[in-house]
Design a protein around this ligand. Structure first.
Ligand SMILES: Nc1ncnc2c1ncn2[C@@H]1O[C@H](COP(=O)(O)OP(=O)(O)O)[C@@H](O)[C@H]1O
Ligand SMILES: [Mg+2]
Length: 250
């Protein structure tokens, strides 16, 4: 990867102790630099013995919105009333607890979807929960991309019509595969879909919910709508109701 694709003028290593643990355990060799600073997490490029890795760190950024988290957390059990209250209050301890829960949940979803054959980045820690706990607020997963750079997000591309259609169909198939694996992404759009070697790779899963979630159907319908809406600029015309019907029918 060219150094200018990494964000300069920042410390290479994120200031979290979990990085040292990942290195000590041999999961991670080195952090190369910062790739993307997103809404809720900063993603670094890492090197591991199995190849390049994306190192997603849920940091307590001032701008962090935590995606209206109560809605997605509904039904996820936290057996500790103090932690629940701290999260609701967004105190420092609450934010830290929340980051740990988001990361653990993203690992769980990555493992489950990988096992179900959905094209997501392969998780590189776990499935042993004690290792996932040690990784704390850091999600280590396979990097989608190569030495020349990360895979583009579909929202950043201008695809020829036939290719856009193929990407859309692939994204609908992935949505269906997730649904039948018991998962609703809940933030499904071209912003969270990478396009790599002619295939869609689904990323960004901390807010994903189980199909048993009381709003699973609504969130699935919303995913179908955002998918259609964000593919419209690519010239793909599709009706969300039709996508929803196809997804549920499998
Ligand atoms: N496994 C990965 N391989 C390559 N790039 C990634 C990977 N995971 C995340 N990214 C990049 O980092 C960005 C932010 O990651 P994402 O999981 O979407 O977090 P958020 O949107 O919550 O900040 C993505 O849009 C993508 O460009
Ligand atoms: Mg994202």
């Amino acid at each position: 990867m060219r150094p200018d694709q990494l964000i300069p003028d920042r410390d290479d290593a994120p200031p979290v102790p979990e990085i040292a643990w990942l290195q000590g355990r041999g999961y991670l060799d080195a952090i190369e630099g910062e790739l993307k600073s997103g809404k809720e997490a900063t993603v670094y490029l890492g090197r591991t013995r199995v190849g390049l890795a994306a190192v997603k760190v849920f940091r307590d950024l001032a701008v962090r919105s935590f995606k209206n988290d109560g809605r997605y957390r509904a039904g996820r059990y936290i057996g500790d009333a103090r932690t629940e209250r701290a999260i609701a209050r967004r105190s420092a301890a609450g934010k830290r607890a929340q980051a740990l829960l988001w990361a653990a949940h993203e690992y769980a979803m990555l493992w489950r979807l990988t096992a179900a054959g959905v094209n997501v980045p392969e998780p590189l820690v776990g499935p042993d929960v004690s290792d996932i706990a040690q990784a704390g607020e850091v999600v280590l997963m396979r990097f989608v991309g190569d030495e020349t750079g990360p895979a583009p997000r579909l929202c950043d591309l201008r695809l020829p019509p036939a290719e856009a259609r193929r990407a859309f169909d692939d994204a609908v198939r992935a949505l269906a595969a997730m649904w039948h694996a018991g998962v609703v992404h809940a933030d499904y759009s071209t912003y969270n879909l990478l396009w790599w070697h002619g295939c869609v790779v689904v990323i960004d899963l901390p807010q994903a919910v189980e199909v048993a979630h009381r709003e699973a159907r609504e969130l699935l319908a919303r995913d179908a709508s955002s998918l259609c809406a964000t593919f419209r600029p690519h010239g793909v015309e599709a009706a969300p109701e039709e996508v929803l019907r196809m997804v549920i029918a499998g």
